[in-house]
Design a protein around this ligand. Structure first.
Ligand SMILES: [Zn+2]
Length: 65
């Protein structure tokens, strides 16, 4: 998937895994169906245990519930 705009959506973030304490890295991202084009749904996957978590962020990478 090519994203041709400068907003980062926090794509380089690493999250702490709640299961094992490892790093979660961004594996999938898609436009948010409810919040519109300035938001993304992102799926982070733990590199150690494989657990996945989803978050919604705006174009500055700020999480939105
Ligand atoms: Zn983990």
């Amino acid at each position: 998937m090519i994203i041709d705009h400068p907003a980062s959506y926090g794509a380089s973030d690493r999250l702490l895994c709640q299961q094992c304490g490892g790093d979660r890295i961004l594996t999938r991202r898609s436009p948010h169906p409810d919040f519109g084009g300035n938001y993304e749904i992102q799926i982070f996957r733990c590199v150690q245990c494989g657990d996945e978590t989803t978050r919604s962020v705006d174009d500055t990478g700020r999480p939105r519930g």
